[in-house]
Design a protein around this ligand. Structure first.
Ligand code: NAD
Ligand code: MG
Length: 387
C-alpha cells in the first residue's frame, strides 16, 4: 500500500478530529502534511506532535508566538495568518480534508483544488456560495472533490455516475433536529444550548444550529445540486428521525438505492480517505433489529421556513445561494452570541434575500463581494429586528 499524505484544514473541529482519529489508527497508511486551526493552539499543537505533522498553521495571526512555543523542539514548521492557511492547502499532499466551517473555507479549498488535489469536502458553505466556480476549478485543474457530508457521501455511493439520465430524484434525509416536534411558540424562546444539542450527531456549533432550523438540509440540497448533475427540481429532503438512511437515489425504473449506517461521521470520512479503496473504522455496526423501525415524514416548511428559503435559492440559482449562506452565517453567529432569538435566524435570511439581489457571480472575486454585501445587508436587517 502506498502511503497517503494528508492535509487537514480545520483539524481541531468536529470533522477535523474525527479525521485525525482515523488517520492515527493507520500510521502505515497515512502521514500528515499540514494541519490548520483558527484559535485552538493547544489542540493544534497536540495533534501536530502526535502525528509528527510537517506544518501547523494557526489562522489567528496573534497566536503565532504561542504556537511556536507549543511546538518548540519538534520537526513541525509553524506559521500563522489567513494567507498561511491558504499556503497550507498548497503544500505537497495526496489528499486534503476541507473541514473549515463557513465561507472562511472557500479560499483554502479553492487553493487545494487549483493545486490539483483530491479534496474531501466537508465545508459545504464554500460549495453553496460558489458552486459553479468551485466545480469549474475542479474541471480546469483536474482535481477531485469527494463528498464527506454524510448525505452526499451516501448519494455518491448510490449514484450511477455513468448514467445520470437514468436517475430521476435524489432524496436527502434530515433528522429534524432537536426541535422537530416543537411548536413555533416553543422555538421562539429556544436557547443556543438547546439548539446545539442534536439528538443523533455530535457536531460543531454552527452546523448544529443549522440542523435545528433545517437550514442545514437546505444548504445540503444546494450542495448536492453542484455535486450531482441533475436539475434543481430533482433534489428533495425528507425527515427521518433515526438518521440511519442517509440518502436515497431514485432511478427511472422505480429502483431506489439507499446508503445506511449508524450516525458516525467517521464512516463517510473513511469512505473518502481510503477512496477508491475501503478501510475499516471503529464505528458501531448497524443493528436494524435493535433500532426496530425507520420513520419518514415530509418536512414542515411552516415551522422551518429556512428550508423553504434555501429551496427557493436552489431553484432561482444565480447569487441567491451565496446571499442565503452569508445571511445565515451572520444570523447564526448572532443567535449563538445571544443577540437574537431562534426564529429571527430565518427572518434575517428572508429579509436579506428580499433586500439584496446581486447578479450571478462570474469570478471568485464576485463571490467575495456578494458575500460581503449580504453580510452588510443581514447586519442591517438585524438592527430593525433588535429595535
Ligand atoms: P467545527 O466548528 O467543529 O470546526 C471548525 C474548524 O474550522 C476548526 O478547526 C476551526 O479552528 C476552523 N476554523 C473556524 N473558523 C475559521 C476561519 N475563519 N479560518 C480558518 N479556520 C477556521 O465545525 P465542524 O462541525 O467540524 O464542521 C466543519 C465543516 O464541516 C462545516 O462546513 C460543516 O457544515 C461541515 N460538516 C460537519 C459535519 C459534522 O458532523 N460536524 C457533518 C457534515 C458536514
Ligand atoms: Mg449532512
Amino acid at each position: 500500500m502506498t502511503v497517503r499524505k494528508i492535509t487537514i484544514l480545520g483539524a481541531t473541529g468536529s470533522i477535523g478530529t474525527s479525521t485525525l482519529d482515523l488517520v492515527e489508527r493507520e500510521p502505515d497508511r497515512f502521514q500528515v502534511a499540514a494541519l490548520t486551526a483558527q484559535r485552538d493552539v493547544a489542540g493544534l499543537a497536540q495533534a501536530a506532535r502526535r502525528t509528527n505533522a510537517q506544518l501547523a498553521v494557526i489562522g489567528d495571526a496573534s497566536l503565532f508566538g504561542e504556537l511556536k512555543q507549543a511546538l518548540a523542539g519538534t520537526g513541525t514548521r509553524v506559521a500563522a495568518g489567513e494567507d498561511a492557511v491558504i499556503d497550507a492547502a498548497k503544500i505537497d499532499a495526496d489528499w486534503t480534508m476541507a473541514a473549515i466551517v463557513g465561507f472562511a473555507g472557500l479560499a483554502p479549498t479553492m487553493a487545494a483544488l487549483k493545486a490539483g488535489r483530491t479534496v474531501g469536502l466537508a465545508n459545504k458553505e464554500s460549495l453553496v456560495a460558489a458552486g459553479e466556480i468551485v466545480m469549474a476549478a475542479v474541471e480546469q485543474h483536474g482535481s477531485r472533490l469527494l463528498p464527506v457530508d454524510s448525505e452526499h457521501n451516501a448519494v455518491f455511493q448510490c449514484f450511477d455516475h455513468a448514467a445520470p439520465g437514468s436517475i430521476r430524484r435524489v432524496i436527502l434525509t434530515a433528522s429534524g433536529g432537536p426541535f422537530r416536534e416543537w411548536s413555533m411558540d416553543e422555538m421562539r424562546t429556544a436557547t443556543p444550548a438547546q439548539a446545539v444539542k442534536h439528538p443523533n450527531w455530535s457536531m460543531g456549533a454552527k452546523i448544529s444550529v443549522d440542523s435545528a432550523t433545517l437550514m442545514n438540509k437546505g444548504l445540503e440540497l444546494i450542495e448536492a445540486s453542484f455535486l450531482f448533475p441533475l436539475p434543481a427540481s430533482a433534489f428533495e429532503a425528507i425527515i427521518h428521525p433515526q438518521s440511519v438512511v442517509h440518502a436515497l437515489v431514485d432511478y427511472v425504473d422505480g429502483s431506489v438505492l439507499a446508503q445506511l449506517g449508524t450516525p458516525d461521521m467517521r464512516t463517510p470520512i473513511a469512505h473518502c480517505l481510503a477512496w477508491p479503496e475501503r478501510m475499516s473504522t471503529p464505528c458501531r455496526q448497524l443493528d436494524l433489529a435493535a433500532i426496530g423501525r425507520l420513520d419518514f415524514l415530509a418536512p414542515d416548511l411552516e415551522r422551518f421556513p429556512a428550508l423553504g428559503l434555501a429551496m427557493d435559492a436552489l431553484k432561482d440559482g444565480r447569487a441567491r445561494p451565496a446571499v442565503l449562506n452569508a445571511a445565515n452565517e451572520v444570523a447564526v453567529a448572532a443567535f449563538l452570541a445571544g443577540r437574537i432569538g431562534f426564529l429571527d435566524i430565518a427572518l434575517i435570511v428572508r429579509k436579506s434575500l428580499e433586500r439584496y439581489d446581486p447578479p450571478a457571480p462570474v469570478s471568485i472575486d464576485d463571490v467575495f463581494e456578494i458575500d460581503a454585501g449580504a453580510r452588510r445587508t443581514a447586519l442591517a436587517a438585524m438592527e430593525t429586528i433588535a429595535a
